[in-house]
Design a protein. Structure first.
Length: 352
């Protein structure tokens, strides 16, 4: 049974709408009030007065989050955010019941958890997802009214200049640092995708890297198959091995932040690894690379189900790979010199 508040067209008053998924029957109950707070109280009393078998009508928010975490949240990609929301709920709303949580109280909670509207929106999104999960499982009777938070997306991390990329690559001393930076530039992928990239997904014959982890559930942060610039491909061929490409002591890195921070500190550069992705995207646009190729390198949807077959095209995003090759030639770190594709035309000089 689903229940929610809504207004009829042309009426200022609130109504309770019911929909029974089992019988597919609908029902509408007039509340005779245009006041949102009064309507929320009325639907809460209505739900509690009509408990259904298997439903938790008097669940606290903490109880809801604990069940969501136990059965789903800890396995999700956003598990760290789910854990954070659990902690905030336990701290600020330890005894609050889900269906007795009016909008003013939610506004007060939002103000406590963060001063940033973008963070508030993200955390309330986790709450909404957890509630929807409970409704789908038949444990909660309906989705209550939740605070809608308007937030403008921030500009995000700052991109690096070519000089800064050159400084970063020049200060990459360890092999895992060099491979990480090279793949950030050559694949334009998110750092997490790079850490999960293994040697068996580098196709040296076609010159591509498959960023899709077999068996991994696809999310909004898509991954795809991208062509590699000749210099990057030559470097990887010269260091070919097994397991994760970026590894330390034979194991995949658990994260990239500390590794990048060390390199950035040596290079006297401020920023995060995500700035490389932006930098390369800007470089390609300035070079006039077709938008479809740029979107393909960034693993953005091209707008069709045939995206998955795009990499079989011999010309698949080659203009993007050629543009990135020119960027690598301009950055020209000494450790990449042994991989230069055209020594006569390249700025890279062999290191003896």
């Amino acid at each position: 049974m689903r229940r929610w508040l809504a207004k009829r067209k042309g009426s200022p008053n609130w109504y309770i709408f019911e929909y029974d998924e089992r019988t597919r029957q609908r029902r509408r109950i007039g509340l005779g009030t245009a006041d949102r707070a009064a309507a929320e109280k009325a639907i809460s009393e209505y739900i509690i007065a009509r408990p259904e078998q298997g439903l938790i009508s008097d669940a606290t928010i903490v109880h809801l989050m604990l069940r969501y975490w136990e059965h789903h949240g800890r396995k999700s990609f956003a598990r760290d955010t789910v854990k954070r929301v659990m902690g905030l709920v336990a701290e600020h709303e330890p005894h609050t019941k889900l269906y007795q949580w009016p909008i003013p109280a939610q506004q007060a909670f939002a103000a406590k958890i963060s001063p940033k509207s973008s963070t508030q929106r993200r955390y309330f999104g986790v709450l909404k997802t957890a509630i929807a999960w409970g409704v789908q499982r038949g444990e909660l009777p309906a989705i209550p009214a939740l605070l809608k938070i308007e937030a403008k997306d921030a500009p995000g991390v700052a991109p690096f200049t070519v000089a800064q990329l050159q400084a970063l690559c020049g200060k990459a001393e360890a092999e895992h640092e060099r491979r990480f930076l090279l793949l950030c530039i050559a694949t334009v992928a998110r750092p997490g995708s790079i850490l999960e990239l293994t040697w068996d997904r580098i196709d040296f014959e076609s010159g591509t890297a498959d960023l899709v982890v077999p068996g991994r559930k696809e999310t909004k942060k898509r991954r795809g198959v991208v062509p590699l610039a000749p210099t990057a491909l030559a470097y990887l061929r010269a260091h070919r091995s097994i397991g994760p490409i970026v590894q330390w002591a034979g194991k995949q890195l658990g994260g990239h932040k500390m590794t990048f921070a060390r390199v950035a500190r040596r290079a006297a550069v401020t920023g995060t690894a995500y700035g490389i992705r932006k930098s390369v995207a800007i470089w390609m646009r300035r070079e006039g690379v077709p938008l479809s190729d740029v979107k393909g390198m960034l693993s953005h949807s091209l707008g069709g189900a045939t995206d998955r077959y795009a990499h079989f095209d011999p010309k698949y995003m080659r203009s993007a790979a050629e543009s990135i090759e020119r960027l690598l030639q301009q950055i020209a770190p000494p450790w990449l010199a042994v991989a230069t594709a055209d020594p006569e035309k390249s700025k890279l000089q062999a290191v003896k």
